[in-house]
Design a protein around this ligand. Structure first.
Ligand SMILES: [Mg+2]
Length: 222
């Protein structure tokens, strides 16, 4: 942990990183994406699911695929898929305590929207600790793990990558951060994305519990 002493920019992905994937919030968004595809492309449920997964895999986000292949209006899509029940999320006081203690600024870097990030962090009770949010609109709709949004994030907010750490549940999204010189922490989920042709060297820390990990960092650096 000693090498985290110089970190001044704490960058966090949002979904399934700041709340556990067992919350199933993202499953609701997934369902709405399928429904959107079904209705707007006039395809069956099964076909919609296939399209959603293929575009996510090939284009970083389902939206990016829909924009490229079907000229779908981004705002319409984002509005539709984020119409979910945020009461699934509960206040996470301990997470707030640990995030607050980290020395430096805390930033959210998401392939979702600012509005969604605000709703999620408000429900978790941690919104006041984040001074910056970099969303899919700031990324000019180019999603992680494409390298462009990482460069944009760094230049827009004047970040020093050597003094940054990025927390993410999708391991391949950590590769561009690692290549920029950031520290990386993989918040483990069910899928082992390291298998996807990556050697795993871009993952500096494996995080089973975000709270436990941040608690340990704070013990060591404060
Ligand atoms: Mg995520």
């Amino acid at each position: 942990m000693i090498e985290l002493k110089n970190i001044r920019h704490w960058i966090f992905d949002l979904d399934n990183t700041l709340y556990p994937n067992t919350t199933n919030l993202f499953d609701k968004i997934d369902d709405l994406m399928c429904q959107f595809i079904e209705e707007n492309l006039g395809v069956s449920k099964e076909e919609a699911l296939k399209i959603k997964n293929t575009y996510f895999h090939d284009h970083g986000t389902t939206l990016n695929g829909l924009m490229k292949k079907h000229d779908i209006d981004a705002d319409k899509f984002l509005e539709f898929v984020h119409d979910i029940d945020y009461t699934l999320l509960n206040k996470d006081e301990e997470l707030g305590v640990q995030i607050k203690k980290l020395p430096g600024e805390k930033i959210i870097f998401t392939n979702g929207t600012r509005k969604h990030a605000q709703k999620v962090t408000e429900r978790l009770g941690i919104e006041k600790h984040f001074t910056k949010m970099f969303d899919i609109v700031d990324s000019k709709f180019i999603p992680k793990p494409e390298v462009e949004p990482y460069h944009l994030l760094v230049s827009t907010h004047n970040l020093d990558p050597e003094k940054s750490i990025f927390f993410e549940d999708i391991a391949k999204n950590l590769l561009p951060a690692h290549n920029l010189g950031m520290k990386t922490a993989w918040v483990e989920n069910d899928d082992d994305y390291c298998k996807e042709g990556y050697d795993g060297k871009h993952v500096h820390y494996r995080v089973k519990s975000l709270i436990d990990f941040l608690t340990e960092i704070n013990k060591n650096i404060n």
